[in-house]
Ligand binder design. Structure first.
Ligand code: F6P
Length: 373
């Protein structure tokens, strides 16, 4: 029987997924004479043994396409929502599927959640190789994730376009960017798009300080300001409340710990919609009109940039070489121009936040861009 590998995409979609599927598939077929089975809709499709055999014609013409031809889901391997109100550990069933097809490895394309799921499958006896994708760029152990460059490019274009209307109407334009709990996307697009204020979760902000920087710009003759705010950005007051909640959780156990975690989740939910509150507070404090733009899923859509295609292609090709060498339980990381297999247990569950002394942060400060602190 021909050597066979499986591939799936999990978590939120991201530009470059199809480029990676193509690279894994083509290199598996051409360089290693392997069959490639594509499981549909992430780990859910693996559990249900829903797959397509990817032939060479299925891999043609997908390099430039956004989304994922395999479909995706946020299903968790050990806490699968069965749709009837029950949550079950489905790893044994997934292992049966892998054994039935005699898969040499399962290539999982995803972000941090996928690294965690991949490690759980590896621990359950399924050989996993993961590739890091996400527009958030928050996967540790790799220089960068594919999808990030495209999202930065889309968001930068949006910020560029906001400049002319902000300038014409003398307004504060607050633009919210994705990024989950980290600020890579807001910082990258904010810098590239020439935002005047950039607010990221790693640097809690003081709304009065933000307003003063906008007023100072107006007094200096610039009667408009662009504020790029990460969806996870947090005020200093909320950050200190959150910090004490986290500490409380750390000191608790059992049922109390569960309750406190639930409270923290609820607290985080109340912060959603904070962008509109921020914009109106800034208007009140500065006397300037404000408007908000929430870029949302536009940042994840459409064709990947050349940089993301290149990254996805070289990581995908490297993955099949590692499989051929018998390596598994790893994420294929980008390290400079090379790739490196990094053990999943070193990356799973570790969020790569923006270091507060990162070169982009330092550059922003040196240019006089306000970071709200
Ligand atoms: O992880 C990618 C991401 O786009 C985050 O930036 C965002 O917080 C989240 O996914 C949105 O998820 P969903 O598409 O499930 O609403």
């Amino acid at each position: 029987m021909k050597r066979t590998i499986g591939i799936l995409t999990a978590g939120g979609d991201s530009p470059g997924l199809n480029a990676a599927i193509r690279a894994v598939g083509k290199s598996a077929q051409r360089a290693h004479s392997m069959r490639v089975l594509g499981f549909l809709d992430g780990f859910q499709g693996l559990m249900q043994n829903r797959f397509v055999e990817l032939e060479s014609e299925d891999l043609s013409g997908i390099l430039t396409r956004g989304g994922t031809v395999l479909g995706t889901s946020r299903a968790k391997v050990d806490k699968m929502d069965m749709g009837d109100g029950s949550i079950r550990d489905m790893r044994p069933l997934m292992r049966e599927v892998v054994e039935q097809h005699e898969l040499e490895a399962l290539v999982c394309l995803g972000g941090d959640g996928t690294m965690r799921n991949g490690l759980k499958l590896e621990d359950a006896g399924i050989p996993v190789i993961a590739l890091p994708k996400t527009i958030d760029n928050d996967v540790s152990g790799t220089d960068v994730t594919f999808g990030f460059d495209t999202a930065v490019t889309i968001a930068t274009d949006a910020i560029d376009r906001l400049h002319s209307t902000a300038h014409s109407h003398h307004r504060i334009m607050v633009v919210e960017l994705m990024g989950h709990d980290v600020g890579w996307l807001a910082l990258g697009a904010g810098l590239a798009g020439g935002a005047d204020v950039i607010l990221i979760p790693e640097i809690p902000y003081d709304v009065e300080a933000v307003a003063s920087s906008i007023s100072a710009r107006r007094d200096g003759g610039s009667s408009f300001s662009i504020v790029a705010v990460a969806e996870g950005a947090i005020s200093k007051d909320d950050a200190s409340i959150r910090q004490s909640m986290v500490e409380h959780i750390g000191n608790s156990q059992g049922r109390q710990r569960k309750e406190l975690k639930k409270k923290l989740k609820e607290f985080d939910k109340t912060r959603v919609g904070g962008t509109s509150q921020l914009a109106s507070t800034l208007a009140g404090l500065t006397g300037l009109e404000s408007r908000i733009t929430i870029l949302g899923h536009v940042q994840r859509g459409g064709t990947p940039t050349a940089a993301d295609r290149l990254l996805a292609t070289r990581l995908g090709a490297a993955a099949t070489n590692y499989i051929a060498e018998g390596i598994h339980g790893v994420m294929v990381a980008s390290r400079g121009e090379e790739t490196e297999p990094v053990p999943l247990k070193k990356v799973a569950g570790i969020t790569k936040s923006v270091p507060v002394d990162h070169v982009w942060v330092r550059a922003a400060r040196e240019l006089g861009i306000a970071l709200g602190d």
